[in-house]
Design a protein around this ligand. Structure first.
Ligand SMILES: Cc1cc2nc3c(=O)[nH]c(=O)nc-3n(C[C@H](O)[C@H](O)[C@H](O)COP(=O)(O)OP(=O)(O)OC[C@H]3O[C@@H](n4cnc5c(N)ncnc54)[C@H](O)[C@@H]3O)c2cc1C
Length: 331
């Protein structure tokens, strides 16, 4: 009995030693995307070693940047034309080959379009259940996430041997960008090809404003803006406040702004220091994307608008009167 207890303890110690996490780095072949820092921070809550996989084409610069992130023990670099466009059909076999070689206990990616594209595919191929969009880590097998458009919080325990997880960036602080000195190794790229899809080109919207999901201030407009031209008022205000501009789905669907501005359940999740909702009613699907903002300001002409229930400061007013006034004050 004692012998079996001892061997069990030794087994547990060995298991702890084996605990290691692979973070999939999101980047543009030039620079690490901020969500990676939040994902490393979530990985550090699991204990054990943290490795980061940088897959792309001509992305050695990114691996160097990742090696300096505090808490990262090892960087795996997969630099090949096969990973142009970061297509999941090419990245999934790479991830599986990497997992077969290094046997991680956890694989984490940001809950962004990139992570949501890749992790479920890999999970299906490994026959495990992915755990999506976590907002907390309770232990190595238990995670917290939201359901019903953020209206309920769920604690999930996974019995799978490998945990494949996507991480909500706004729920974890970013890891420090410096202080680490991880070694870089080559990932098992040999023989990885993609016959299923081909990257042709991409057109990315360019903006001098801060990125929506990492901006400290976000000004969002809704259907109350009436048309796309009126959004100029918000862009001007945003430029004066060094803010990003967001929108409700109604504004996106009406064609006022492109859909990469959408905040909400089916858009981006933001949690800035200051969120200003202009002409937005506050439907639960919109709140799901912004209600964790530190300070929420709502401008709406309808005093009964649900947005006022979550707002720290509410202004019942016509936006076409008050936005130019605010702009004038900032001048
Ligand atoms: C499955 C699903 C997913 C969804 N995902 C999202 C999502 O990700 N993000 C999202 O935003 N929505 C989402 N929606 C849609 C959501 O339910 C709402 O329809 C949408 O958020 C409404 O947008 P809105 O507040 O801009 O428009 P409305 O609800 O029409 O509100 C417009 C507001 O503007 C105010 N207003 C009008 N004129 C003025 C003025 N001159 N001055 C001041 N205020 C004025 C009005 O009082 C009103 O409150 C989703 C819906 C479904 C079913």
């Amino acid at each position: 009995m004692l012998a079996s207890k001892l061997s069990r303890n030794r087994f547990c110690t060995l298991l702890k030693r084996c605990k290691s996490t692979l973070v999939i780095v999101e980047h543009n072949n030039e620079k690490v995307t901020p969500i990676t820092l939040n994902t490393v921070s979530a990985a550090s809550k699991l204990g054990g070693e943290i490795s980061c996989l940088v897959a792309g084409s001509q992305c050695a610069k990114v691996a160097e940047e990742v090696s300096k992130i505090k808490g990262v023990n090892k960087v795996l670099l997969a630099d090949s034309d096969a990973f142009k466009g970061f297509l999941p059909e090419a990245l999934a076999p790479l991830l599986i080959a990497t997992q077969n070689q290094f046997k991680y206990s956890h694989i984490l990616a940001g809950a962004t379009a990139f992570g949501k594209n890749l992790i479920p595919r890999v999970a299906a191929k490994m026959d495990v259940s992915p755990i999506s969009d976590i907002i907390g880590v309770e232990s190595e097998d238990t995670f917290v996430r939201t359901i019903y458009a953020g209206n309920a919080v769920q604690t999930v325990k996974s019995n799978d041997d490998i945990k494949l997880v996507t991480v909500r960036g706004t729920a974890f602080p970013p890891a420090e960008e410096t202080g680490g000195s991880a070694a870089t190794d080559k990932a098992p790229v040999d023989g990885i090809s993609n016959d299923l899809s081909k990257f042709i080109s991409q057109e990315l919207s360019k903006s001098d404003r801060p990125e929506l999901t990492s901006a400290k201030t976000v000004i969002s407009g809704g259907r109350g803006m009436k048309n796309g031209e009126n959004f100029k008022m918000l862009y001007d205000l945003a430029d004066k406040m060094n803010a990003a501009v967001g929108a409700s789905r109604a504004a996106v669907d009406a064609g006022y702004v492109p859909n990469d501005l959408q905040v909400g359940q089916t858009g981006k999740i933001v949690a800035p220091e200051l969120y200003i909702a202009v002409g937005i009613s506050g439907a639960i699907q919109h709140l799901a994307g912004m209600k964790d903002s530190k300070v929420i300001v709502a401008i709406n002409k309808d005093p009964e608008a649900p947005i006022f229930q979550v707002a720290d400061y509410g202004l019942v007013a016509d936006l076409f009167k008050v936005i130019p006034e605010m702009d004038g004050m900032l001048k």
